[in-house]
Ligand binder design. Sequence first.
Ligand code: GLA
Length: 321
Amino acid sequence: MTTAYAPGRVNLIGDHTDYSGGLVLPMAIDLGTVVDLAPGGDLVELRSDAEDTPARVPIDVDDPGAVDPPWARYVAGVVAVTRPAVGGTGTVSTTLPVDAGLSSSAALEVSVALALGFEGAALELALACQQAEQRASGVPCGVMDQLASAAGVEGHALLIDCSSLTVTPVRLPGDVEIVVVHSGERRALATSAYATRRAELEAGHPARCRHVAGENERVTAFAAALTDGDLAGAGVLMAASHASLRDDFEVSTPTLDALVSRLTAVPGVYGARLTGAGFGGCVVALTAPGALHEGWVVRASAGARVLDGGMSRAGRGAGSS
Ligand code: GLA
């Protein structure tokens, strides 16, 4: 039996910048997904505590996007990209809310890949799982979610340069909390305008390009503010990021805007912004400890790893390099 774990992530700042080679600042969180797998056979069969119907994926699956039930597409994507020699039978259990924008799909992909014996460093694991996500969902996503899950560092956010794919841990100050609050709007990334936004950016749409240029500068400034302990300054940058995602990239919703305004007005909240792709999902807030009494207080955590029984030396170390 192999047991593998992969965390979800929250992005502090730098959204819709990864797929054009920009800067992002996510962190792996202390909510995640565990896969227990007994190897054998030519099917990957997994039951999930979050889903009614199990995943049954042949190891020679060739069209992950056509697999049912829908959650099994992410398992199929990993199988199609990593091509394990044998399948296995097991279970998936998760503490991540599904479809909230905390990368439950990336955590599933990364934990399944490790449970199936993936060998390679964190970056290779992330790139394989990004490809799995694209094949499963048809969404041309960037690498942020999978790389944050694979390469997380306890107590640190990750400054990722998506052109060189370098990861620089940025220590979080001790006197802050990161709070994630769900807007109540379920996000449907596959049917959202994600692909349209990406195409508009690549075609040079002025407002989309202005967002990305400004957001990259804000990521650099935010990382410096964290290092300097300038939490008020970090909060101002979060507000500017949200405004740019709302006005120039147009991925916010009235519900997300109202939630950001309400949270920002609470004493002790330095800043808040939508996090992830937008179109619903979650808001992330940077706060003084105990300022908010809602949502999840998340802690920056180590990345994905094999917890027990894995054969792969490289897989065991995937979270650390
Ligand atoms: C989703 C994608 C990421 C990234 C964010 C927006 O989470 O999977 O690659 O593009 O949206 O920053």
